[in-house]
Design a protein around this ligand. Structure first.
Ligand code: TRH
Length: 356
């Protein structure tokens, strides 16, 4: 089938990151033909750059405006149109589809949520004035939701320490043997400075790996200039490819992640995570976080439940750090369970089955 994915970048990397990951799964695992129309090609290119060439070459990336022509082109008319995160299709593209001999199915791909109401709305029709069939597709953790994007599944082999990416060689040379590793990818609202200062009160060597741009959040020059204890070492890394970022997550003892895609990747590598969820004005993110924690902690004992809830709500590390080992075991069990529940191929496979 021919797929057109519409990706409008609201901010940051997640919209492009998810659209790219979906396109990648659809082509490389399911043999589909995919075009992404994006209103910010440089950001999409940044996210796609590290993808293996044999996969990347199969996916067409085009400007938003290029879609106008595509809809009425007799051999390019799509079978499936994805509106990622409810973005509105361009009027001129829709007008083209209206006169196309065969109408596509339109899928409104929603944000990921663990909230139970999602299950009632997933895969439901959304009647449109233009008459083309349109459906809501809700990603989710439960078996009856739309699934999550699991591709590529991190394996022991590709997560192995020996697979050190070139872009991280310099940083890795500075890591201290035996030190815990924490990676940081959060939004500016996270109290990072205070959090790291508190980390330095824990009597243990800890290397903190700040992803691209995060050193500015700390306005840091060096560990010394922040007045941190020598037990803490701060290291900054460049923006790496999606697969290299996966490797980094697998190599850390704890990952602070954000958005939607890094949140899932951190779970798939089976390591403890703090999800700095994308903040929304109406506080809807708090409800989403609570729903996730209810699922995530179902099998955890009360001390671990408390530790995770506190950590995810930005409590200072000294209040929960002693539970990190128990949390690591829990994260591994969650990873196994997640992969089992997504054993049917996850979101991409469920989408293909749905539209078929
Ligand atoms: C730090 C880093 C991330 N990445 C990738 C991983 C992910 O694909 C992507 C980050 O995406 P996310 O984790 O989703 O976080 P994000 O915050 O970047 O993205 C978003 O979140 C969405 C929920 C919102 O709708 C978006 O508007 C957007 O804010 O960047 C790299 O490839 N290299 C890196 O070095």
């Amino acid at each position: 089938m021919r797929w057109n994915i519409f990706c409008q970048i609201v901010d940051n990397y997640g919209d492009a990151g998810i659209c790219w990951r979906l396109a990648r799964s659809l082509t490389s695992l399911h043999g589909q033909e995919v075009r992404i129309f994006c209103d910010d090609l440089p950001t999409l290119n940044l996210l796609s750059q590290g993808c293996p060439a044999e996969i990347r070459d199969k996916i067409k990336t085009e400007t938003w405006a290029a879609s106008f022509e595509n809809a009425r082109h007799p051999v390019k008319t799509p079978d499936v149109v994805i509106e990622a995160f409810g973005c509105h299709l361009p009027e001129r593209y829709l007008a083209g589809l209206m006169i196309a001999p065969k109408k596509p199915i339109i899928i409104n791909l929603e944000y990921l949520s663990a909230e139970p109401w999602v299950l009632d709305f997933h895969a439901k029709a959304s009647p449109q004035a233009h008459g083309m069939p349109k459906y809501f597709f809700f990603p989710g953790f439960q078996e009856t939701a739309g699934g999550i994007l699991i591709d590529p599944i991190p394996t022991e082999q590709n997560s192995a320490a020996s697979n050190l990416p070139k872009s991280l060689i310099n940083t890795w040379a500075k890591l201290r043997p035996g030190a815990k590793r924490i990676s940081v990818f959060c939004y500016p609202g996270f109290p990072l400075r205070k959090w790291i200062e508190d980390l330095s009160t824990i009597d243990e060597p800890i290397d903190v790996i700040l992803t691209h741009g995060h050193a500015e959040l700390l306005k840091m020059g060096s560990t010394e200039s922040l007045g941190l204890a020598p037990s803490i070492q701060l290291l900054s890394i460049p923006f790496v490819s999606q697969d290299e970022y996966d490797w980094l997550l697998a190599q850390c003892d704890l990952n602070i992640v954000r958005g939607e895609d890094s949140f899932i990747r951190a779970q798939l590598v089976g390591k403890p995570l703090i999800w700095h969820i994308y903040p929304q004005d109406d506080q809807a993110h708090q409800v989403k976080l609570a729903a996730f924690l209810d699922l995530y902690l179902i099998t955890a004992n009360p001390p671990l439940q408390n530790a995770c809830r506190n950590a995810m709500n930005w409590a200072l590390p000294h209040t929960w750090f002693s539970e990190l080992d128990a949390w690591t075991l829990h994260a591994r069990a969650w990873q196994t369970d997640l992969l089992q529940k997504q054993g049917d191929g996850g979101l991409a496979a469920r989408l293909v089955r749905f539209v078929s």
